[in-house]
Write a protein that binds this ligand. Structure first.
Ligand code: HEM
Length: 221
């Protein structure tokens, strides 16, 4: 399939960008119009969490799709989908900080005070330390920070291809830790985390299979 470069750059990429803003736009609209459940903050946390995982899966799926379809320009969407995973992950983290931690604070000196910042940091830190599924979620988010920070062309140049590739191996760890976090937090019905686990495992297995084939074929030739 031959799609002109201009179409990818000026039509497809903007379309994917706008579509990727769909979930957050829907959430804002639903929150403003009272279309969330009686526990809207929990809805916001859960939806942003699920969309983080979806964007991580979409990002991991790009290389296999490229190999299977032979459509190379698809690789040009990978940075965008990866950054959207980070965007939703950060929204998820911030929603948790506000809904789960900030809401439970006391404000002895008013809301806008240095003690509020200190108490919030203490509360988040203690929760990350105490609740294992939060520890795991936070670890998953932390692995995305260097990925996002080194996603620019300037950083690729500065790090050099080899080191950049080493840093970007984290992209395999993030969805695995994300699935573990999901699995850990659901109380009874583990079907959805299992489905995400299967998707992530299949996408990683495809890479492993390809890497072995590429390593074996030249040896035989
Ligand atoms: C890559 C990073 C992360 C991913 C992929 C992720 C994914 C998810 C998913 C899929 C859910 C459940 C949604 C549902 O039940 O419908 C969730 C819930 C949640 N996550 Fe995360 N998460 C991540 C990072 C974090 C971080 C950094 C924190 C906080 C430090 C966090 C705290 C929570 C909380 C509090 C819930 C709601 C639990 C509940 O209502 O029972 N997550 N997350």
């Amino acid at each position: 399939m031959r799609i002109p470069d201009r179409v990818v750059r000026f039509v497809l990429k903007p379309c994917v960008f706008v579509a990727s803003l769909g979930p957050v736009s829907w959430l804002v609209w639903a929150a403003l119009t009272g279309n969330l459940s009686p526990n809207p903050l929990s809805d916001l946390t859960n939806e942003t969490g699920v969309w983080t995982l979806r964007f991580l899966c979409i990002t991991l799926a790009i290389t296999p799709l490229r190999r299977l379809t032979g459509w190379n320009p698809i690789i040009r969407f990978r940075r965008m989908t990866g950054l959207f995973a980070f965007f939703y992950g950060t929204l998820h983290f911030l929603t948790y900080v506000i809904a789960d931690r900030f809401a439970g604070l006391d404000f002895p000196n008013g809301i806008v005070a240095w003690t509020t910042v200190q108490n919030l940091a203490k509360s988040v830190g203690e929760d990350i330390y105490k609740r294992p599924f939060i520890t795991v979620g936070f670890t998953a988010w932390t692995t995305m920070v260097p990925l996002a920070a080194t996603s620019t062309a300037g950083m690729i140049r500065r790090l050099g291809g080899k080191r950049w590739n080493q840093v970007h191996r984290l992209v395999y760890a993030t969805p695995c830790i994300g699935v573990l976090h999901y699995w850990w937090l659901v109380k009874a019905d583990v079907r959805r985390p299992i489905i995400y686990g299967i998707v992530v495992a299949s996408l990683l297995a495809f890479r492993l299979y390809r890497a072995r084939r590429v390593a074996v074929v030249p040896a035989r030739a």
